[in-house]
Write a protein that binds this ligand. Sequence first.
Ligand code: CMC
Length: 432
Amino acid sequence: MDNSTTVRIANRKYHFPLIEGTEGEQAVDVRHLRAESGCITFDDGYGNTGSCLSDITFIDGEKGILRYRGYPIEQLAEHSTFLETAYLLIYGELPDQGQLNTFSEAVLSEAALHDRMQDFYHGFSQDAHPMVMLSAGLNALGSYYIKYGRNKREKELEAFDRIAALILSKTRTIAAMAHRMRQGLPFVYPKKKLSYCENFLHMLFSQPYDEYIAHEDVAKALDVILLLHADHEQNCSTSTVRMVASSGCNLFSSLSAGVCALWGPLHGGANMAVIRMLEAIREQGDNGDRFIEAAKSGEAKLMGFGHRIYKNYDPRAKIMKEMCERVLRVLTHAENDPLLDIARNLEEKALHDDYFIERKLYPNVDFYSGIILKAIGFPLNMFTVIFALGRTAGWISQWHEIAADPESRIHRPRQIYTGAKQRDYIPMDERV
Ligand code: CMC
């Protein structure tokens, strides 16, 4: 088979190699296009641009497939845990029992924050968003590990095992503290006997003299939420992490940038936006029918629907929907949540409406995750933090892929300039 392709530009032909991925995905390798032809490619929003070769996550958006390191997301959600999946993403293989124990113990033992780091929280305004604290906290954390946080790549790679476990642990602590600071509650430490998510719930919700004990289905649901969010190949925040890492930047700061990218409502902020949308629909006395019409006319956006990559049902949303039904049966106070009925009606209507069918708009991962998080008792502003906590595993593995690649180059896209042509400076008194 000819593994090259020919492009004709202004009557000249150029040959470019074709690259094929493990799953048969093909790409035209245009790395020499500009040097040979003077042209660049234009791809606003990078919808057709492969920015890297990666061994971590495979998605087939047309078929609704998501696999981490080759393992289908459905199998991982059913049989694995977030920590085991984080290990898989970071190291490329499922751990044996000994490796998992060592990894889990490392995560547990790194939970505490330096005293001065705890003082750092007092500098934020009372209503600072937890995503602000998480991003700033991750960046600041690097300053306590100077050896590994000073952009000395060789040292960072030598200490990678420790930093990976440390970041998974301290991100959980920073997130829990961000919540407790806003509540005026003191920090609580994790317990050895609890799982990663049981501990997170304890660190968030335990009150003085009233320890929060998570129902096993609730802890499991949170674990699955983190696992489903753990990686998603080159999305906006992961590309940001890789972009920052490509300049030689350390893991702490690269992840801090990823948190900022994730915060936006079109990305990780969508789970929060879904609840706001459902609440607005309820307040207007609508069951969702009127909102569907507004979304079709462009007046509103159906949050939690549509995806750049999935043109089929997001496989994570299927798992999340089942999980949502299960959690709501356990959390009886939330079982009759009218928002759930509105969500079900929106989904039903949209899946049978030509506007959504023609544009291949299906529920994405955020459509049901918000309802689960709300039922568990997370305040809205913590929703994207939960997304970030899960995605930290993927970001760490994506950072490592760049950092360990001796051929990795700094990311530096080009542009097509559309501004004014060259003109001469006009002195102030001559300007009209
Ligand atoms: N509601 C109504 N119409 C929509 C929606 C929506 N949620 N999403 C896309 N469309 C329409 C859009 O108006 C456009 O219509 P037309 O062709 O008539 O102009 C068409 O569908 C194609 O949309 P697009 O905006 O070109 O698609 P995109 O790939 O640039 O955007 C998206 C993807 C996820 C940003 C977008 O679907 C969206 O804004 N969805 C709502 C926000 C959301 O749920 N985001 C979470 C994404 S999943 C979590 C993550 O991985 O970050």
